[in-house]
Design a protein around this ligand. Structure first.
Ligand code: COI
Length: 384
C-alpha cells in the first residue's frame, strides 16, 4: 500500500500503550503509604507553587520498590521524599544500568487530576529495561506508584495553564557489585516535581545547533531506550551549542552523519509548504516519544499527511531556503511542542519565522491533556 501519510499502523509501544488500565482506585493499594511526618508548610508550599520552573522542587512523597533476583518485586512503599542510602559500589554508579520515564499530571478545570498515556510510558519503560538488562516492572506497579504519589501530594498539582506535576519513574542497579553483569538488586522509584515550561522563554521559538562532530547513539546501541547514558552523551554537545548561543543541540545519524535524528531529549517535526509533515523514522537509534506518537496520530486524523522518513539535513536546509519547508518544531513530555526558529551548523544558518502550524499542534495536544477538548483516544487517565 502506498504511504500517503494518512494511514496509521500502531507501533508495538502504541499497541501495548493502548491496553485498558484498571481504574486508579484499584491500583492505589499496591504501595504501602508511610505519610510524611512534616509535610511542606503552607507558606513554603505557596512559594513553591508560585514560582514554577522545571525540575527544581519536589513534592512531599516518593514511591520505592525493590527487585531481587529470585524474589522479584517487593517492598512497594510510598514514603517521605528525601535522600536515599546507596552503596558506593552500587552498579549504577559505575556502569550506568538505569532507565527512566517522564510524564505529567494535569489539573482540569473541575479540580480533577489526570495523567496522559501512562500505559504507553509503562510499555516504553519496560522496553528500555529489556535493552538495559533490567527487570520489567508490572504496568500496575508503574501506574500504581504514580496514583499513590499523586494522590498523596495532590496539592502539588498546579492549576495555571502550562503548568503540571512532572512525574519521573526510574529504576537503577542498586546491587553493590563491581563485576560487569546485570545487577541482581534493582531499585524502582517515582518522584514528582511541580513544573512550569521546560524552556525559560515558554513557547518562544528555540534555536538549534546541528552537531556534525558528536552522535547521541549508533546502530545497535541504546538510542531507543530512555536511559541516562543517552542524555549524558548529549551534555557536552549541548554545552558546545550553548557556547555558540543556541538553545539546543540536534544530532545526525552516526552511520552516515547526514540524516536528522533528534535533539538532546526531544523529537523533531518538519512542516512543508504543501501541508505535509515529516519526522525522522524510528530506526532504533532515536527515542519513540509519546508526544511524537500523539502528534502523528492527531494530525493524521485531522487529514494532515505525516510521513516518518529518513530526512537528509542537506536537503532540509535547501528546502528551508526555497520555502518548501515552512516550520519545524520539537516535542517531548517536558518541552510539549516548541517551535524551532533557527537552525545552524558549521556550514549553514537558516531561520524559520513561522509558527502558526506549531501553535495549532500545541493547542490540540494540551486541550486534550487539560480536559478542554474531548479525548477520542482514551489517552487521559484519571488519578484524583
Ligand atoms: C521528557 O520530555 O520528559 C524527558 O524526559 C526529556 C528531558 C529533556 C526532560
Amino acid at each position: 500500500m502506498a504511504n500517503d501519510g494518512l494511514q496509521h499502523t500502531a507501533t508495538d509501544l502504541e499497541e501495548r500503550g493502548g491496553l485498558a488500565l484498571p481504574p486508579a482506585a484499584e491500583l492505589r493499594g499496591r504501595f504501602c503509604i508511610q505519610p510524611h511526618p512534616n509535610p511542606t508548610p503552607e507558606t513554603e508550599w505557596k512559594q513553591v507553587m508560585s514560582e514554577l520552573k522545571f525540575g527544581t522542587r519536589f513534592s512531599d512523597h516518593m514511591a520505592v520498590a525493590t527487585w531481587t533476583s529470585g524474589t522479584g518485586w517487593h517492598d512497594r512503599q510510598v514514603r517521605p521524599f528525601g535522600p536515599i542510602e546507596l552503596s558506593p559500589a552500587a552498579a549504577v554508579l559505575h556502569y550506568g544500568q538505569e532507565v527512566f520515564e517522564g510524564l505529567k499530571a494535569y489539573r482540569h478545570a473541575d479540580g480533577s487530576v489526570w495523567t496522559f498515556r501512562p500505559a504507553f510510558n509503562a510499555a516504553r519503560f519496560n522496553a528500555s529495561a529489556r535493552r538495559m538488562g533490567l527487570p520489567e516492572l508490572p504496568v500496575e506497579d508503574f501506574v500504581g506508584s504514580i496514583v499513590s504519589v499523586v494522590q498523596a501530594d495532590e496539592r502539588f498539582v498546579p492549576r495555571d495553564p502550562g503548568t503540571s506535576l512532572y512525574l519521573r519513574p526510574f529504576m537503577f542497579a542498586s546491587e553493590p557489585f563491581l563485576g560487569v553483569r546485570p545487577a541482581r538488586e534493582i531499585t524502582y522509584m517515582m518522584i514528582a516535581s511541580p513544573v512550569g515550561p521546560y524552556f525559560a522563554n515558554g513557547l518562544a521559538p528555540v534555536s538549534i545547533w546541528v552537531t556534525r562532530k558528536y552522535h547521541r547513539a549508533g546502530p545497535g546501541g541504546t538510542g531507543a531506550a530512555k536511559t541516562g547514558g543517552n542524555y549524558a552523551s548529549s551534555l557536552l554537545p549541548q554545552e558546545v551549542a550553548a557556547e555558540r548561543g543556541f538553545d539546543q543541540v540536534c544530532f545526525l545519524d552516526a552511520a552516515t552523519n547526514s540524516n536528522l535524528e533528534e535533539l538532546g531529549g526531544m523529537n523533531v517535526f518538519i512542516v512543508r509548504s504543501d501541508g505535509r509533515v515529516q519526522t525522522p523514522r524510528l530506526t532504533g537509534t532515536i527515542l519513540e516519544g509519546g508526544t511524537r506518537s500523539a502528534i502523528i496520530r492527531m494530525l493524521r486524523d485531522h487529514g494532515t499527511p505525516v510521513t516518518e522518513e529518513t530526512i537528509a539535513i542537506d536537503r532540509l536546509i535547501a528546502d528551508i531556503a526555497t520555502g518548501d519547508v515552512v516550520e519545524m518544531f520539537a516535542c517531548g513530555t517536558a518541552a510539549v511542542v516548541t517551535p524551532i526558529g533557527h537552525l545552524a551548523s558549521d556550514d549553514f544558518d537558516v531561520k524559520l519565522p513561522q509558527t502558526e502550524f506549531t501553535q495549532t499542534v500545541y493547542d490540540r495536544l494540551v486541550s486534550i491533556q487539560n480536559g478542554l477538548a474531548p479525548d477520542p483516544y482514551g489517552w487521559t487517565y484519571r488519578i484524583v
